[in-house]
Design a protein around this ligand. Structure first.
Ligand code: ATP
Length: 548
């Protein structure tokens, strides 16, 4: 596929709002692809050239890109930045700049999808002190053969800001339509392989290929997630449920094969090197050839410590041994996905749990199985008294559904009024906060876009504000008076007293008394709350009272 064809398709998709039309355009594109292009297309159209578990990263900040764009368009860097701040989005600004470049230099070579992918692979492999310069050179090379529209999409792919309104759901249905397979099998295969590229190749082989996908050690799958709920609501189903403490730590997936161990965070980043103590504990406790799921907590004098303590360890690159001495980390295992060459995710939770107790000699999360509300409530209070977050109720006959926040896992905890919001802008502070950002603009996800919902200015310590100021510098893409706007990257957990209707924000809602709770570094953007979540909560709390 020519990259110009890919870009035209992206443009058509951006202009299309209906789900069915989006799927039809995608399906038409997919049907025409060669076997080689198919996986690249499916990854790029989601804006993710590499599967999230691959560990491959582009690592291109806006500044690096501006330098390459300045070179290719024969302008000064300042001019590029100036254009960007006027146009507002980097893709459109680069398109604009390229369209003013003399026409003669275009189309000397026609870029293909494979060329662009090869350049991205090359960039992702660059490390070390010279890597910045080398990356710039590769970007210059592809941008100089790019048309303005191609430049637009290359830019957003490079900045990991490619949003054309295609989510995994649409792509799943388009693959199913184009290749005449059942969409639920495409979904299933993607839960197991966590890579639409690979799944599309299987889909082209047929339904049997999709059905027979298997987990592979060191190829992590997304974590199964929980919904908020009530004990009585879960018991209404009629069966006894499994009840476990909800630990306030950091989620992990642990893989072991032939004595080699690797640990992954909730975002599927490998954290093995940062967690030698936990890895050693688990290596000793587990039989070989296994994938397990759990939560690691930090403990001091027998009491759990805040989960930020654990996350800080996940990120640590230096002095790991010293950090390991300072706090004790304890893994808690609550699920098993794979053992002895066999994938277990389709077994009922009850059977997986039995298997887990056989495979792990230690660290298996204690469990109560009960259908008695009073007994479960007592267990919940015991969890809170011991310093945990609450309890998780798990349906015993449920399968393990990677990446799904379904009804099979229900969390019960005291405080519910928080939202995870994406930080999209900030405003300079005043008075003693004049040298840092004093308030932040927060957005929710809405159909692959980000829509502002609130600002937050309270709940921050001075240390947090100065850390945020430093860490957000590289993400600034636009300035406007006292406001700056960011390439979205961070997620804040925000408490609030009420959701109100408001004309001040595009989405029609705003938060009353928003306060910062913490940076959710364990969450990536797609885990932030959506406009639908906000609407649902608004409706729930503003339902007219029922008269008996
Ligand atoms: P929260 O902000 O409430 O932690 P979350 O969005 O991070 O929610 P949820 O899916 O709502 O995550 O809750 C499940 C999380 O709880 C898991 O990701 C895991 O990190 C944690 N957890 C702690 N104990 C357990 C347990 N026994 N079983 C499953 N998950 C657990």
């Amino acid at each position: 596929m020519l990259f110009s064809e890919f870009s035209d398709l992206c443009k058509r998709l951006e202009k299309t709002s209906g789900r069915l039309d989006t799927i039809a355009i995608l399906a038409e594109g997919i049907a025409s692809l060669s076997d080689d292009d198919l996986p690249h297309f499916c990854r790029l159209i989601l804006g993710k050239p590499f599967p999230e578990w691959s560990g491959k990263k582009l690592g291109i900040g806006p500044n690096l890109l501006y330098e390459a764009v300045a070179y290719v368009t024969g302008r000064k860097r300042e001019e590029v930045i100036d254009r960007l701040s006027r146009v507002g989005d980097a893709g459109a600004a680069v398109e604009d700049l390229l369209s003013q470049k003399s026409q003669t230099s275009f189309f000397t070579v026609e870029l293909t999808l494979t060329d662009v992918m090869a350049a991205l692979v090359e960039i992702s492999g660059m490390e070390g002190s010279r890597s910045q310069k080398e990356k710039i050179r590769v970007i210059q090379r592809i941008l100089s053969s790019a048309s303005p529209l191609e430049g637009h999409y290359i830019t957003t792919i490079l900045l990991e800001d490619f949003r054309i309104g295609v989510g995994e759901g649409n792509l799943r249905d388009a693959i199913a339509q184009a290749l005449a397979v059942d969409p639920s099998l495409v979904e299933y295969a993607n839960q197991v392989r966590n890579d639409m590229g690979e799944v599309s190749v299987l889909a082209r082989k047929g339904e049997d290929a999709l059905r027979s996908v298997r987990l592979i050690p060191f190829h992590p799958v997304r974590m199964m997630l929980a919904r908020q709920g009530t004990i009585s609501g879960v018991l209404e189903e009629g069966d006894p449920v499994a009840v476990e403490y909800k630990y306030d730590g950091a989620r992990f997936q642990f893989h072991k094969q032939n004595g080699i161990c690797r640990m992954y965070s909730r975002r599927l980043e490998e954290v093995t090197a940062a967690m030698p103590d936990v890895v050693a504990l688990l290596d000793n406790a587990l039989l070989d050839d296994v994938i397990v799921d759990g939560e690691v907590i930090a403990v001091q004098e027998g009491h759990p410590m805040p989960f930020q303590t654990v996350l800080r360890r996940f990120r640590r690159k230096h002095n790991v041994a010293k950090a390991a001495d300072a706090i004790t980390l304890i893994p808690n295992l609550f699920d098993i996905l794979y053992y002895n060459q066999e994938m277990l995710i389709d077994l009922p939770f009850q059977e997986r749990r039995e298997m887990l107790t056989k495979v792990a000699s230690q660290y298996v999360t204690p469990q109560l199985v009960s259908d008695d509300e009073t007994e479960i409530e007592a267990y919940y209070h015991r969890a809170l008294d011991a310093g945990h977050e609450g309890v998780m109720l798990k349906i015993q006959r449920s399968r393990y559904t990677p990446g799904v926040r379904g009804k099979d896992w229900v969390k019960i905890k005291p405080e519910a009024d928080t939202l995870d919001l994406v930080v999209t802008g900030a405003e300079w502070g005043e008075g003693k906060r004049a040298h840092v950002f004093g308030s932040f603009l927060l957005s929710v996800r809405s159909n692959e876009k980000l829509v502002p919902l609130s600002r937050v200015a309270t709940g921050f310590s001075d240390e947090q504000l100065s850390w945020l100021f430093t860490t957000l510098q590289d993400d600034i893409i636009r300035k406007n008076g006292k406001m700056v706007f960011f390439e979205p990257r961070l997620v804040f957990e925000i408490g609030y007293s009420e959701i109100q209707k408001s004309p001040n924000y595009e989405g029609g809602y705003a938060l009353r008394f928003p306060r910062f709770i913490e940076v959710r570094e364990d969450k990536d953007l797609k885990e932030a709350n959506t406009a639908e979540d906000v609407e649902e909560r608004y409706i729930q709390t503003h339902r007219p009272l029922q008269t008996p």
